[in-house]
Ligand binder design. Structure first.
Ligand code: BMP
Length: 256
């Protein structure tokens, strides 16, 4: 199915919006922007904005975070049209994650369209996040697999994560995983650990190509970080390159 056909099937508003943006901008690229200053964060977002469907953040790595940053980020979101995914990887009991999601310095629920969580604590984590996020029209991804070497999220853990998602279809929009996990098209699959030039970093990250991820493994969205903004890179040229390779792999998959 095409992204636009998929978009019409989602009941969750965020999942629908994501695929509408993908189709409209013709990009299945999400940027993982792991820089540590506001200046770099905003500059790169503005440069790469036209080529991405989603901006993935780790808001707690910014050394100079303030509320103004969120206002500036929202302005760039309106300018370029992308969803914001805060990669918070919640991993605690429902009551705790509820506060972590909505309170503290970052007030993630106020600006992040998408968040993610580990399934490790059981269904309560989804219920806690849902209490906050569902009324705000947000969506949750469950980490069913990880790209890092030696990840324990495999086999029965992955299967149980898929079952958990199916029990919470109103709020869980999909998975962080290396491949499409279900034959039906009810969930979004987003895949990190994507790179064209290197196969690993020095800390356990493992990279696969966009073609492998989208065409061979049936994922929907490639998440690329250092492949785009790494040292000495022309971020616009790299973003275009990943967008093109990712989109060509999708067109090949649907037989276009
Ligand atoms: P990079 O392309 O620079 O390796 O960045 C990958 C990004 O995806 C990082 O932000 C990391 O936190 C995230 N990520 C990952 O690499 N593997 C996973 O399994 C899950 C992730 O969220």
């Amino acid at each position: 199915m095409t992204y636009s056909e998929r978009a019409t099937k989602f009941t969750n508003k965020v999942a629908r919006e994501l695929f509408e943006i993908v189709e409209r901008k013709k990009t299945n690229l999400a940027l993982a922007l792991d820089v540590t200053t506001k200046q770099e964060f905003l500059n790169i977002t503005d440069s790469v904005g036209p080529y991405i469907c989603c901006l993935k953040t780790h808001i707690d790595i910014l050394v100079d975070f303030d509320d103004e940053l969120i206002e500036q980020l929202k302005r760039l979101q309106a300018k370029h049209s992308f969803l914001i995914f805060e990669d918070r990887k919640f991993a605690d009991i429902g009551n705790t994650v509820k506060h972590q999601y909505s309170q503290g310095i970052y007030k993630i629920s106020e600006w992040a369209d998408i968040i993610d969580a580990h399934s490790l604590p059981g269904d309560g984590i989804v219920s806690g996040l849902k209490e906050v996020g569902l009324p705000l029209g947000r969506g949750l991804l469950l980490l069913a697999e990880m790209s890092s070497k030696g990840s324990l999220a495999t086999g029965s853990y992955t299967d149980a994560t898929v079952e958990m998602a199916q029990r919470h279809k109103d709020f869980v929009i999909g998975f962080i995983a290396g491949r499409k996990l279900l034959m039906n098209d009810d969930f979004v699959t987003m895949t990190p650990g994507v790179g064209l030039d290197v196969t690993k970093d020095g800390l356990g990250q493992q990279y696969r190509t966009p073609r492998d991820v989208i065409l061979e493994s049936g994922s929907d969205i490639i998440i690329v970080g250092r492949g785009i903004y790494g040292s000495g890179k022309d971020v616009i040229a790299e973003a275009r390159r990943y967008r093109d390779v990712g989109w060509n792999a999708y067109e090949e998959r649907i037989g276009k």
